[in-house]
Design a protein. Structure first.
Length: 102
């Protein structure tokens, strides 16, 4: 399977294709925490090699930010309902359960 993508940071008016077929999926970390750690290490390496203001460093740190956001979303999904939410569903007429549109 060929997973080529277009690199908008390639510069100039022409887009440069990046061949991603060399990446083996089995070598990628499995947990989101491991992926975040690997992305941070890669972003730091790119920042030290090409400078913190380089476009590739910006993309690498954007990836870290997206992974951290995904981890936060997954954590919220696992938490489920709070005791207050359950109380409001059980007693919808309670003063605490009222929702006001301001």
């Amino acid at each position: 399977m060929n997973l080529n993508t277009i690199n908008p940071m390639a510069g100039g008016s022409s887009m440069q294709a990046i061949d991603t077929t060399s990446v083996e999926l089995s070598s990628l970390p499995q947990s989101i925490d491991q992926r975040i750690a690997a992305a941070i290490a890669e972003a730091r390496a790119i920042s030290s090699e090409q400078g913190a203001d380089s476009p590739k460093a910006a993309v690498a740190w954007d990836i870290v930010e997206e992974l951290e956001a995904e981890a936060a979303h997954q954590k919220v999904k696992l938490q489920g309902k709070t005791a207050f939410t359950e109380y409001c569903e059980e007693f919808p007429d309670a003063l605490e359960a009222r929702i006001y549109d301001v």
